[in-house]
Design a protein around this ligand. Structure first.
Ligand code: NAD
Length: 504
C-alpha cells in the first residue's frame, strides 16, 4: 500500500491535505485490500485550486512561453513517464484491478499521447487570410482557452487524463485535474512528475474526491473557462446543464453502445476472435466495447456457438495472475449494476447462453469478478441493447440484409464506435459511411491512435479528443486585423470636418 494520506491534493504549487483533513481509502477490486489512502477535497479546496489555476493563467508566464518551449516541456514529461513506466503500471493495476500487462500497454499509450502532442506543438498555429491589400495583415491566431477542469473516469484513468492534460499543456492552459475517486493513484504520480519536468507553479492542480461533492463547485465556477469530461451519459448531461449557466465551453466523451456487424462473407475466424476481445477485454469496462453483435442470420449458429465456447474458457484473475486473461469489475456497486442489467434482459426475453452472475471460482479471492456473459435473441426494444452495461455482457441480434444491419447499428442514442466484417470492400465502405458513430473499424476492432480523432456522434459526446482536434478543444481562435495605412472610413457624414473645410 502506498501511504499517500498526508498530502495528495495539489494547488498553488504545493501538496496539501484536505482543508477538513478528510481522507478516502482506495481498495483493490481484486481482493478488497487497501491500496492507498488519499485526501478527499472539500468545496474550499476546489475554490483554492481554481484560484491557483486562474492566477497562473492570468498573471503567470506559461501562456506566453511559446509553442516550442511548451513542446519541449511535454516531450520531457513523455521521457519521465517512460522512465517510470513500470511504477505507473503498478499503480494503475492496483487501483483498477486490471492485469499488469494491460496496465503496461496503457502507460505505453500514455507516453505516445504526450509525444504526439509535443510534436503537434511544433507545427504551424497561425493562418494568414489573403485579403488582396498590401496594407492589411489579417491573421488567425490560436490562444489558450484559459482555465480548464479536466474530469476523468476509472476504466483507463491515466490514459483518459493524458488525452486532456497533454493538449492542455501544449495550448498553454492552466487546469484542475479531477480523476475518478476510485482510481486516483496515477494522477497523483503524474502531477509529481509535472513538478519534476518543470511545469510552472499553478498551471497543474489536482483535486481528488467524489463527483457529487467536488463536481458542481468545479464545473459551476465562472473562473473556469472549459470543462472536459469523460464519463457516463447521465453525469455528462448534468455537467452540460451546470456549464450552461456560465456559458462555459464543454467537451464530453460519454458512453457507447457499439455495434459489431458480421456479414456471412467475412473472414469468420478473425471476426469471431475479435468479437470475443471486443466485448470481454477489461471485462467490458471499455467505452468502445463491442457489446452489440449484429450477425447475418445464415451464420448465426456457427458464430454464436463459437463465441459462447470461447467465453466459457476465459480465465479471470487479478493483476499478478500471469494466467489470467481479464480482471474484475471496479466495485461491488458496479458488479450489482451489471447483474441487474442481465436479470432485466432475461425478463425482457433475452436468452442467457452463458455467464450472468458473479464468478466465485477458487483463486478469485474476494474480488468483483463477473462471468463473461452472452445474451441471444435480443432486439432494439430491449434495455440490454439500448443501455450501456459497462460489463462483460454481449447481446446478439440477427439481420438479413445490408440495410437492416445499418438501421440496427444506428438504432441507439449513442454513436461512439462500430465495426463491420466482410470481404466485400464496397459493401464495407457503404456500411461504414452509413453508420452514425465516431470511429468505424473495417475488418478490425479497437485500434486507436494518438494522431486520429476520437469521440462520439449523438449522445456519445461533444467534441473530439486526440489528433489535431484534440488540441483545438484547448484553443481560442482570434482574428487580428492590422492596417498599416490607416484611412478615414467615410461612412457617416462628418459635419465637424466639413465646417473646418468650409472655413479653410
Ligand atoms: P462517471 O460519470 O460516474 O464519473 C466520471 C467522473 O465524473 C468521475 O471523476 C466522477 O467523480 C465525476 N463526476 C461524477 N458526478 C459529477 C458531477 N456531478 N460533476 C462533475 N463531475 C462528476 O463515469 P465512470 O463510471 O467513472 O466511467 C464510466 C463511463 O465513462 C462509461 O459510461 C464509459 O462509457 C465512459 N467513458 C467514455 C470514454 C470515451 O472516450 N467516450 C472513455 C472512457 C470512459
Amino acid at each position: 500500500m502506498s501511504d499517500q494520506s498526508a498530502k495528495t491534493l495539489f494547488f498553488g504549487g504545493e501538496w496539501r491535505s484536505a482543508s477538513d483533513g478528510a481522507t478516502r481509502e482506495i481498495r483493490s477490486p481484486d481482493d478488497g485490500s487497501l491500496v492507498a489512502v488519499v485526501s478527499e477535497a472539500t468545496e474550499l479546496d476546489v475554490a483554492s485550486a481554481i484560484a491557483s489555476a486562474r492566477a497562473s493563467f492570468d498573471a503567470g508566464e506559461f501562456p506566453s512561453w511559446g509553442w516550442a518551449k511548451r513542446s519541449a516541456l511535454v516531450a520531457r514529461i513523455a521521457d519521465l513517464l517512460e522512465r517510470d513506466a513500470e511504477k505507473f503500471a503498478l499503480l494503475e493495476s492496483g487501483d483498477t484491478g486490471k492485469r499488469l500487462i494491460e496496465a503496461r500497454y496503457d502507460i505505453a499509450d500514455v507516453v505516445s499521447v504526450f509525444r504526439y502532442y509535443a510534436g503537434l506543438g511544433l507545427t504551424e498555429h497561425e493562418r494568414v487570410v489573403q485579403i488582396g491589400d498590401d496594407h492589411i495583415d489579417s491573421r488567425i491566431i490560436s490562444e489558450p482557452v484559459g482555465v480548464c477542469a479536466l474530469i476523468g473516469p476509472w476504466n483507463y484513468p491515466l490514459l483518459q487524463a493524458s488525452w486532456k492534460v497533454a493538449p492542455a499543456l501544449i495550448a498553454g492552459c492552466s487546469f484542475i485535474l479531477k480523476p475518478s475517486e476510485l482510481t486516483p493513484s496515477t494522477a497523483i504520480a503524474l502531477v509529481h512528475l509535472f513538478e519534476e519536468a518543470g511545469v510552472p507553479k499553478g498551471v497543474a492542480n489536482l483535486i481528488l474526491g467524489a463527483g457529487a461533492v467536488v463536481g458542481t463547485p468545479l464545473t459551476s465556477d465562472s473562473r473556469v473557462d472549459l470543462v472536459s469530461f469523460t464519463g457516463g451519459l447521465e453525469t455528462g448531461k448534468r455537467i452540460m446543464g451546470v456549464c450552461a449557466q456560465t456559458v462555459k465551453k464543454v467537451a464530453l466523451e460519454l458512453g457507447g453502445k457499439n455495434p459489431n456487424i458480421i456479414f456471412a462473407d467475412a473472414d469468420l475466424d478473425a471476426a469471431i476472435d475479435n468479437a470475443v476481445t471486443a466485448v470481454f477485454l477489461h471485462s467490458g469496462q471499455v467505452c468502445s466495447a463491442g457489446t452489440r453483435l449484429l450477425v447475418e442470420r445464415s451464420i448465426h449458429d456457427r458464430v454464436v456457438n463459437q463465441i459462447v465456447a470461447r467465453a466459457k474458457m476465459i480465465r479471470l484473475g487479478g493483476p499478478d495472475d500471469l494466467e489470467a486473461e481479464t480482471g474484475p469489475l471496479i466495485s461491488k456497486a458496479h458488479l450489482e449494476k451489471v447483474a441487474t442489467y442481465v436479470e432485466k434482459a432475461v425478463a425482457e426475453g433475452a436468452t442467457l447462453l452463458t455467464g450472468g452472475k458473479r464468478s466465485t471460482l477458487d483463486g478469485l479471492r474476494d474480488g468483483w469478478y463477473f462471468e463473461p456473459t452472452v445474451l441471444d435473441n435480443c432486439n432494439t426494444k430491449m434495455s440490454c441493447v439500448q443501455d450501456e452495461s459497462f460489463g462483460p455482457v454481449l447481446t446478439i441480434e440477427v439481420f438479413d440484409t445490408e440495410s437492416e444491419a445499418i438501421s440496427l447499428g444506428n438504432d441507439t442514442i449513442y454513436g461512439l464506435a462500430g465495426a463491420v466484417w466482410t470481404k466485400d470492400v464496397a459493401k464495407a465502405k457503404r456500411v461504414a459511411g452509413a453508420l452514425r458513430h465516431g470511429t468505424i473499424w473495417i475488418n478490425d476492432f479497437g485500434p486507436y491512435k494518438a494522431q486520429a480523432e476520437w469521440g462520439g456522434f449523438k449522445a456519445s459526446g461533444i467534441g473530439r479528443e486526440l489528433g489535431p482536434s484534440g488540441l483545438h478543444e484547448y484553443l481560442e481562435i482570434k482574428h487580428v486585423w492590422t492596417n498599416t495605412s490607416p484611412a478615414r472610413s467615410g461612412w457617416f457624414a462628418d459635419s465637424l470636418n466639413s465646417q473646418v473645410e468650409e472655413k479653410g
